[in-house]
Design a protein around this ligand. Structure first.
Ligand code: PRX
Length: 649
């Protein structure tokens, strides 16, 4: 970290109070009620979390709420529960039995609805199929799928038998998939013959075949038939989903699992090295998923809730599948691209299904905003009552557009700040209680002790920028980096000692104590709300035979929030030709996925470095975004490298 604190210049003074109508019907109805909740939770956090946990069904009650040996936490020790039982069986005895649990629409317009009864049935059948394929408690199962109901069914089926799922986003390359399979030593991969996006059927099976070639742990590949494309087939290893569930019983007893039993591993980028497998466990994770979904999205029995995330990301885990289903809500899933077949697809879906709660990312909002108001205005969006955002700070202009054009000025907006590692929302308005300010995620959730500190871990006064930390453990915190406990300590609990969790984000609080997120302070780039590490992109570039050295930095991007700029030095004697840029782009897409494709690649003879040989990314960031280079350049080894880059600009 280069600076003691972080400078901030954003000025935004508007305040939007929840309407009386909304507040009256909300779970948390006033700022005073929220404050009381937070105060009590701060005084006795364990009591607060016990109360949230008690909303779930436990097969055995816990003996100890928290065992905290910094930086290692265990929650609800001695307790046993089953996530799938909580998301399904619990809802089968009353009127929810025949309520839609999942409403799904595929990109071509085909639809499916699964009631709680039906989702339970399909989950049981697939759980039995998994057992039949040799999956046992604790085994790892990889999911590499389009957003079809089977993705949710597979996740729930894993939790039912105590298998640990790891969902790999379908947009990642076969190399990324291979790395994740190897890291988890998964026994089974669940995939499909493809999915639909932008009017075309894309494939997934070939990527799986390529990846699995180098993964000895994989015994079976289960394939969902979705597109009817021809796929390669390994008869010993591959099995169609429909064949696997054929004849399986619709009964499956959910096994009791320790609260600390691993629930899933989800990979995310860090500032150094390979992606980290973030491990979440059963009881604590579900407690936070369920309680935050209820409070932040104000879920009610008749809501049709749509979170647009893919299940390949943490948002898809917590707020597409587990949070809503644990609350017995109706969760809507859409398979395809937001702009297909026209720029109004999202708005037509909201009208068609009567979506009441809509949760998406600022990058999507900006993309829609650019296309103008006419597309949403063609549709009746009056069913909406609440809007949410996640993934990156939302700029006030996009916030206002979302509020006025999509929300008709009547829907509160919850700007939810959290991370893969936190498992659930950490900072957010409660829609009936918290006055919002465009661009601020407002206040820490009850039970969450978030603070902004200086480099010594000392809290900074309101108005001053600093580093965002969480000072007390919370139930859905990551438990470790899968297979690398040292990295867990180093990454999250070393910057400010073993008791303070460091988010990697900069923030400031205003005079009302509201949090304003200022972006990452490490080498993580946030592209369209998805995390990529500069390191990963650099390694992909350097792997190209002509590349000697590469440095990757973020640049502001109108739609994506941040884009990727790469500075590349070629080996001596090689000159970039027209095809080189294309080749390098391809190398990155192959190693990581299309999401990491650089927006700009610049060739340079030398990179600006410190005397100790560290690339000065701060300077490159300024060059890449066309700003004047400011700040300290005294440690720069060879000033001519920088001047040259600026001249070329
Ligand atoms: O930098 C923060 C940003 O996204 C990071 C977490 O990324 P990921 O683990 O992929 O999870 C994204 C979905 C939870 C954070 O460290 N971030 C997320 N939400 C916000 C945000 N930045 C500002 N405001 C937010 N609401």
């Amino acid at each position: 970290m280069a600076t003691d604190t972080i400078e901030t210049n954003l000025k935004e003074n508007r305040v939007f109070k929840p309407s009386r109508e909304f507040a009256r019907q909300a779970h948390v109805k006033s700022a005073a009620q929220r404050e009381a909740l937070s105060k009590n939770a701060a005084r006795r956090p364990e009591k607060y979390w016990e109360k949230q946990a008690a909303e779930l069904k436990w097969q055995k009650k816990w003996k100890k709420t928290l065992e905290w040996k910094p930086p290692l936490a265990k929650w609800f020790v001695g307790g046993q529960l089953n996530v799938s039982e909580n998301c399904l069986d619990r809802h089968l005895t009353g009127p929810r039995r025949n309520k839609a649990a999942i409403i799904w629409e595929g990109e071509p317009g085909d639809t499916r609805t699964l009631t709680y009864h039906q989702l339970h049935r399909e989950t049981c059948r697939f759980a039995n199929a998994l057992k039949n394929l040799g999956v046992r408690k604790g085994d790892r199962v990889i999911l590499y799928m389009p957003l079809v109901p089977e993705a949710a069914i597979a996740m729930l089926a894993c939790t039912r038998i105590g298998a640990v799922h790891s969902v790999v986003f379908g947009g990642f390359s076969s190399q990324s998939l291979r790395d994740r399979i190897q890291d988890t030593k998964a026994k089974i991969v669940i995939t499909s013959d493809g999915g639909y996006r932008k009017g075309k059927a894309f494939g997934l099976k070939q990527q799986v075949d390529d990846a699995v070639e180098e993964c000895a742990s994989v015994k079976k590949v289960v394939v969902v038939k979705r597109t009817d494309q021809t796929v390669g087939w390994h008869p010993q290893r591959d099995v169609w989903w429909h064949d696997a569930v054929e004849g399986q019983s619709a009964e499956n007893i959910p096994i009791p699992l320790d609260a600390e039993h691993p629930l899933f591993v989800l990979y995310t980028s860090g500032s150094t090295g390979k992606p980290k497998g973030i491990l979440h466990t059963t009881g604590g994770y579900l407690t936070v998923a369920a309680s935050t979904a209820r409070q932040v999205f104000d879920l009610k029995e008749d809501d049709v809730y749509w979170c647009t995330a893919d299940v390949g990301w943490i948002t898809g885990h917590t707020y597409v599948v587990y949070g809503p289903l644990a609350n017995g809500a109706t969760t809507f899933l859409y398979e395809g691209a937001p702009m297909h077949p026209g720029p109004d697809r999202f708005w037509s879906l909201i009208a068609k299904y009567g979506i009441t709660i809509f949760y998406t990312a600022p990058t999507a909002i900006r993309a829609f905003m650019r296309l103008g108001d006419s597309h949403p205005q063609k549709h009746d969006l009056s069913s909406l009552r609440l809007l949410g955002t996640v993934g990156e700070p939302i700029n006030p202009k996009a916030w206002s557009w979302y509020h006025t054009v999509i929300g008709g000025g009547r829907c509160p907006i919850v700007d939810t700040y959290w991370q893969t590692e936190t498992g659930g929302i950490m900072i957010s308005p409660l829609p009936g209680a918290t006055p919002t300010k465009p661009g601020s995620a407002t206040l820490a959730m009850p039970g969450i002790d978030a603070a902004v500190v200086d480099k010594n871990g000392k809290e900074v006064p309101n108005g001053k920028g600093g580093f965002l930390v969480i000072r007390k453990p919370w139930p859905s915190m990551l438990r470790t980096v899968y297979g690398d406990p040292e990295r867990y300590k180093k990454q999250y609990f070393s910057e400010f000692g073993p008791k303070l969790y460091f988010t990697g984000d900069g923030a400031r609080r205003d005079k009302d104590g509201y949090f304003w997120l200022l972006g990452r302070v490490d080498d993580v780039i946030n592209v369209s709300g998805h995390r990529l590490s500069t390191m990963e992109v650099e390694s992909a570039l350097v792997a190209h035979p002509q590349v000697a050295e590469a440095a990757v930095v973020s640049i502001p991007h109108e739609i994506k929030g941040e884009g990727i700029a790469a500075f590349v030095t070629l080996r001596r004697g090689t000159e970039p030709v027209a095809a080189t840029t294309k080749e390098l782009e391809k190398a990155v897409v192959k190693a990581i996925g299309a999401i990491a494709r650089p927006d700009k690649i610049r060739f340079t003879d030398a990179l600006p470095k410190t005397r100790s040989g560290k690339i000065m990314r701060r300077l490159l960031r300024s060059v890449a975004s066309g700003e004047a280079v400011s700040g300290d350049t005294t440690t720069l080894e060879d000033f001519s490298a920088l001047t040259k880059l600026q001249e070329e600009d």
